[in-house]
Design a protein around this ligand. Structure first.
Ligand code: BDR
Ligand code: CA
Length: 306
């Protein structure tokens, strides 16, 4: 059984990542923390709370964290995820609200209580994780692993240089990459290879309420679906790595996050020539796309059948 704490900013693909967790009996969710990112914190938290009920995630706590970036004005991606953050998806209002307290404290205390057991998965801007590291540097030793969706060694998406989660808070990302642990970085290089084609959508559509109320409207809002192209479900790749690392090829690297560049702020400068330096990252370089979809759709099918 893998214990996971996920920090997220739902977000369409964040929702699909949470659905992958919900459909994976080998994962026990220790908590959901939210961060302002794709949309404002109030919305990412409301979406996480609604998803907890819709996906029947039980009494797992949802704890809100940072509304904005550490230092500078942040960016939002409502042009990608819609005004609510969940595109065309309309979920029933949640009966229970979010927990009290701050995500950074929740991360620290949850890891302190189970050193070496919990894998952190971060699929939004890294503000909460940076605050947790600053508050208690031992989280780096206590975390079993850290897997992020973010960055790239070849390109950006919000602009040519920077991937959205890195650009939204480059200083936080720099703190996290420099903290002393090894960051498993699932960047655009791998996430853009797993897209929702019409064949994938055909397998999502029959999945009852899950397919009708979440998967299909999410995917359709997110991009044009054709036989051989469609939207990527980035954040699900980080969860898929936790479930089955053998789906991915990873290469050690030294990753530095650009915080000062006029045109390159948020770029993950990735040096595979590690030499005698410590590799601070394992960088995803390739994905077995067929096995990825078998895993993801198998989990969704299991969830729908429950
Ligand atoms: C990342 O940015 C967000 O818009 C998505 O939710 C994902 O985490 C992709 O660049
Ligand atoms: Ca996200």
């Amino acid at each position: 059984m893998k214990k996971v704490l996920i920090d997220c900013d739902p977000g369409i693909d964040d929702a699909l990542a949470l659905a992958l967790i919900a459909g994976s009996p080998s994962v026990r969710l220790a908590g959901i923390t939210t961060v302002g990112g794709n949309v404002d914190l109030e919305l990412t938290t409301a979406n996480a709370v609604a998803l907890r009920e819709f996906l029947r995630l039980g009494d797992v706590p949802v704890t809100p964290g940072s509304a904005g970036a550490l230092l500078r004005r942040t960016v939002r991606a409502s042009h990608v995820h819609g005004a609510t953050g969940l595109g065309h998806v309309r979920l029933p209002a949640a009966e229970r609200g979010a927990s009290q307290g701050h995500a950074a404290d929740f991360i620290v205390e949850t890891l302190r209580a189970a050193p070496g057991e919990i894998t952190l998965v971060a699929v939004g801007p890294l503000t909460n994780l940076a605050l947790a590291v600053r508050r208690e540097p031992r989280v780096v030793e206590w975390a079993r692993d850290l897997v992020i969706m973010g960055g790239s060694f070849t390109r950006g998406n919000h602009n040519p240089a920077a991937e959205f989660n890195m650009l939204a808070d480059p200083e936080a990302a720099a703190i996290v990459f420099d903290a002393g642990w090894t960051v498993t970085m699932m960047g655009l290089d791998v996430t853009l290879s797993a897209v929702v084609t019409s064949g994938v959508l055909d397998r999502m559509r029959p999945l009852g309420r899950l397919g009708r109320d979440l998967l299909e409207p999410a995917a359709r809002f997110y991009g044009v679906v054709t036989a051989d192209s469609g939207p990527a479900i980035h954040d699900a790749c980080a969860v898929a790595y936790v479930l089955d690392p053998s789906l991915f090829s990873c290469v050690p690297a030294v990753v530095n996050v650009e915080t000062a560049g006029l045109y390159t702020r948020g770029m993950t400068v990735t040096d595979f020539r590690v030499g005698d330096r410590r590799a601070n990252a394992q960088v995803g370089t390739a994905l077995d796309v067929k096995r990825f979809w078998d895993l993801v759709l198998g989990a969704y099918e299991g969830l729908a059948a429950r």
